[in-house]
Design a protein around this ligand. Structure first.
Ligand code: SF4
Ligand SMILES: [Zn+2]
Ligand SMILES: [Zn+2]
Length: 308
């Protein structure tokens, strides 16, 4: 099949747009969507120091590569990459070298922070001892805290994550299915909060499959393995459901995202942003009293058998 924009062979058929695209036109289409989102939300400004949350997977590789490529001529925007090593044997230890390789190639400083050093235990260790929450709950809570703290320490004023269209549509549906509308409103904070590095998500208009294709076409080093705990999550079920809908009704993921964005102002009116407080234990911004990370950390310690 030929590309709809030129005479080359197509490498993808975008069912949601009805377009066949060759490699160079697919690359251009992905970059157009990412840059459009960045402009729309004014994600990068002169003087910014943007830290990219770098797992070594395709999404973070594309985020870092496109940010650096786009702003390479603007020396007044600085980039760093932060990898959180959760301590997932056979997964994270395999992906970190890819993150390092890309950072070296792009000349971006790379920082690694680990659960083991910061929390005292690897995620594998925590999950082998306590299973009161889903694996992704422990992982997500600690990872958010570590990323925020490291980004602040290195002087970053923005934290870019590699969430793609699939991720964003999944999280919208997840919150709807949990009936947690307030959390849905928090997906688009109205203003920056003291101590909390604002997040930017440049890839949310690009389907996951096309991020992978882009990374492949651009020959970016990225790790292809999947977290062994993925399938345990409710989120995993939502992912399967969305993929099934997308196959039968192309464009479903875009509809979920645009439906959410059309109602976000109403949601924010009903659930205005609440001020954050500094955690009484670690000082990180969070809900009043002790933050969720410290509560979980304490519980994991108590629930552990005494160490020999
Ligand atoms: S799938 Fe869950 S446990 Fe695995 S890295 Fe992601 S959040 Fe952590
Ligand atoms: Zn083409
Ligand atoms: Zn705390």
């Amino acid at each position: 099949m030929k590309c709809d924009k030129c005479n080359r062979e197509a490498v993808i058929f975008q069912r949601y747009s009805g377009m066949h695209l060759c490699g160079p036109h697919e690359v251009a289409d992905v970059e157009r969507k990412i840059k459009r989102r960045m402009r729309k939300e004014r994600m990068a400004k002169p003087g910014d120091h943007i830290a990219v949350a770098m797992s070594g997977g395709k999404d973070s590789a594309v985020t870092l590569s496109i940010l650096v490529d786009t702003f390479t001529t603007r020396s007044n925007i600085k980039f760093s990459a932060i990898t959180v090593d959760e301590g997932i044997e056979g997964y994270r230890n395999e992906s970190i070298p890819y993150a390092k390789e890309l950072c070296d190639r792009l000349g971006v400083p790379h920082y690694v922070v680990s659960f083991k050093e910061e929390i005292g235990h690897t995620l594998d260790d925590i999950l082998s001892r306590e299973r009161k929450e889903a694996s992704c709950t422990y992982c997500g809570v600690f990872r958010r805290t570590l990323l925020n703290r490291k980004a602040r320490e290195i002087g970053a004023n923005k934290l870019a994550t590699g969430h793609n269209l699939d991720d964003e549509a999944q999280v919208v549906l997840l919150n709807v299915m949990n009936g947690d509308v307030e959390r849905l409103a928090r997906l688009r904070p109205s203003r920056a909060q003291e101590g909390l590095i604002p997040r930017i998500k440049p890839l949310i208009d690009v389907p996951e499959k096309e991020i992978a294709l882009y990374a492949f076409l651009k020959k970016l080093p990225f790790y292809m393995g999947e977290c062994p705990y993925t399938s345990e999550s409710f989120r995993g079920e939502i992912k399967d459901m969305l993929n099934d809908f997308e196959a039968r009704h192309p464009g479903t993921k875009y509809s979920v995202l645009s439906g959410f964005e059309n109602m976000i102002d109403c949601l924010k009116e009903k659930y205005p942003q609440v001020p954050l407080h500094n955690c009484e234990v670690c000082g990180e911004p969070g809900i009043q009293g002790v933050c969720q990370a410290c509560k979980l950390k304490k519980r994991v310690k108590i629930d552990r058998e005494p160490e020999a």
